[in-house]
Structures are given as structure tokens and as C-alpha cells.
Ligand binder design. Structure first.
Ligand SMILES: [Zn+2]
Ligand SMILES: [Zn+2]
Length: 135
């Protein structure tokens, strides 16, 4: 299995994942907007055991949105890097922090009901007004 490297803007934090994304997609919810500072987030999830932090652990800080999701960012450059969802034994990464292309490109847009008007979706991926039903 191919390994994909990723890291933050300043280079202090580095991680790697197996190129075996369980999902990959865009989220247009208002929380992701605040969190990323961008009109939507681009994330991909792997099994928790397929994620490895290689460098910079002491520089990470975390934020928990709720009981079931903790996201990590670099305190030197503030890059949002990844998050843990223990309930699903999954770790997601911010796709923009990967140094290489994942095999699984984003598959959908979720929470398009909350999307900002000024961003127009021009691809043909499926769009969902809210989240996807968890399997
Ligand atoms: Zn950094
Ligand atoms: Zn979201």
C-alpha cells in the first residue's frame, strides 16, 4: 500500500497515512467554514491505525467540537492537519495538507444547504443538503 505524506505550512509537523481513504469529500457546513476559514472543508478519512504522526507532536494543540471529534493543528503556523473520531475508529486529514495525491478523490459535497452563495459548485459530484447517513 502506498504511503502519503502530509504536514503543516511551517514544516514542524509531519504525518503519513496509508493511501486507503475510506471516504473523501467536501463539507459546506458553517462549522467547517469557521474552522478552515475557507468556504468548505476538504477531508478524507482513514482507519485510525493507518495514520502516523512522524514529527512535531509537542507543537500540536487540539480542539474538540464535541465528544466524538478532536481536531489537531500546528501552534506555530496554525495549519489544520487532522482529527480523530474514536467512535468510528477513524482519523481524517485535511486533504490540502497532503503532499501527494490520494487515490480516492473527493466523492461528494455535504451540507450544501448551508453553502455560501458566493461559492458555486461546478463539478458533477453528488450534493447532499445535509450530512450523509452514517453506515
Ligand atoms: Zn506548522
Ligand atoms: Zn462541515
Amino acid at each position: 500500500m502506498k504511503i502519503l505524506k502530509g504536514g503543516c505550512l511551517c514544516g514542524a509537523v509531519e504525518y503519513e497515512i496509508k493511501d486507503d481513504l475510506i471516504y473523501s469529500g467536501y463539507c459546506h457546513c458553517s462549522e467547517c467554514r469557521r474552522w478552515t476559514g475557507a468556504p468548505f472543508s476538504s477531508t478524507g478519512g482513514v482507519k485510525a491505525s493507518d495514520f502516523k504522526l512522524n514529527k512535531g507532536k509537542s507543537l500540536l494543540a487540539s480542539f474538540s467540537k464535541g465528544e466524538n471529534s478532536t481536531s489537531y493543528f500546528c501552534t506555530k503556523c496554525s495549519s489544520n492537519l487532522y482529527g480523530e473520531v474514536p467512535e468510528y475508529n477513524m482519523t481524517y486529514v485535511m486533504l490540502g495538507t497532503l503532499s501527494q495525491e490520494p487515490t480516492l478523490a473527493p466523492q461528494w459535497h455535504i451540507y450544501t444547504g448551508s453553502k455560501v452563495e458566493w461559492f458555486k459548485i461546478t463539478d458533477n459530484l453528488p450534493q447532499y443538503q445535509e450530512g450523509l447517513i452514517k453506515a
